[in-house]
Write a protein that binds this ligand. Structure first.
Ligand SMILES: C[S@@+](CC[C@H](N)C(=O)[O-])C[C@H]1O[C@@H](n2cnc3c(N)ncnc32)[C@H](O)[C@@H]1O
Length: 278
């Protein structure tokens, strides 16, 4: 499965920045929880897959990972401590600990990134209705509705295009299928109005009828880690309607604990919010 001989390509940001840590931490908590608590297998899709990993790991990122108390993200990132893994490998490493209960699919609009994702051992997404140039088209892709799935929507820096239409589609899919969706967004100070609009639409859509768990990391001023001093980041995981509440409460507690763990490791507050409808 893993072919770690691939040479990492330079990225315009440091993998393992604050945004990555909330995104990958929540993904690691969710997939570890699913493997432990839910008897069904899971299919994971990242249509905005990016590069599989970055090496060497930035010193400040390594220090944060070492400082974390035991948690699924720390366990996975410590397996290959010289590489910071992207989402597909984080999920596949967790899956390995549970007899490969999760199948991982990835894609990217950039053909070179797609080649790297495939060469590193990940499956490429091939679904009817999915256009690899447009990661959001996964929401219309022919995912088997009867099987448990998780989609990561991670369009990098694109908050202005995450409008009501997209959020509507996300909420509808989570409501109707066995698919959960994690939406990662980045925004900077000048976009605070855009963020407020997004939050309002999100609140109106989720109301008191949808379960979600979210983490938030505000910009970290004067950081030497590329990509976290300007951007605020947020990840919202909308879980589908077919998980039992007692299990969702365990997940919510795990993520809340992770937010406190990460707050200590990063040295600035990591926000946590959750709604589990009883
Ligand atoms: C931040 S990286 C993804 C990181 C990855 N999801 C992870 O967590 O490890 C964002 C990627 O999205 C890709 N991308 C940007 N716009 C896209 C689009 N419309 N459809 C598919 N991929 C896109 C970029 O090429 C880039 O590699």
């Amino acid at each position: 499965m893993e072919k770690f001989e691939l040479i990492a390509h330079p990225l315009p940001y440091t993998m393992g920045n604050g945004g990555d840590l909330i995104k990958h931490g929540l993904l690691a908590e969710f997939t570890d929880w699913h493997c432990r608590e839910i008897p069904h297998s899971l299919t994971y899709y990242d249509p905005f897959g990016g590069r599989p990993w970055q090496e060497p790991v930035h010193d400040a990122v390594s220090k944060r990972i070492k400082t974390l108390e035991a948690c699924p993200l720390k366990e996975v990132q410590s397996i290959h401590s010289e590489k910071y893994l992207g989402s597909g490998h984080i999920v596949s490493q967790i899956s390995k600990q549970y007899e490969n209960k999760i199948t991982v699919f990835s894609s990217d609009s950039d053909s070179a990134a797609r080649q790297d994702l495939e060469a590193s051992g990940l499956n490429l997404i091939r679904l009817r209705g999915f256009n690899l140039e447009d990661g959001l088209s996964i929401l219309q892709g022919s995912i088997d509705r009867s099987k448990h799935a998780l989609i990561l929507i991670d369009p990098f820096y694109d908050l202005e295009n995450i409008n009501k239409k997209i959020l509507d589609k996300i909420i509808r899919k989570v409501k109707e299928d066995n698919t959960s969706i994690a939406l990662f967004v980045l925004y900077y100070n000048a976009e605070i109005n855009l963020w407020s609009q997004f939050k309002k639409i999100n609140e109106n859509l989720t109301g008191d009828s949808f379960n979600y768990i979210s983490l938030q990391c505000d910009a970290i001023e004067n950081s030497t880690i590329e990509g976290e001093s300007k951007f605020h980041s947020s990840i919202i995981l909308y879980t589908h309607n077919n998980y039992p509440n007692d299990k969702l409460n365990i997940l919510s507690e795990n993520v809340s604990k992770f937010s406190r763990n990460l707050t200590k490791a990063v040295g600035c507050p990591i926000g946590f919010d959750s709604q589990i409808i009883s």
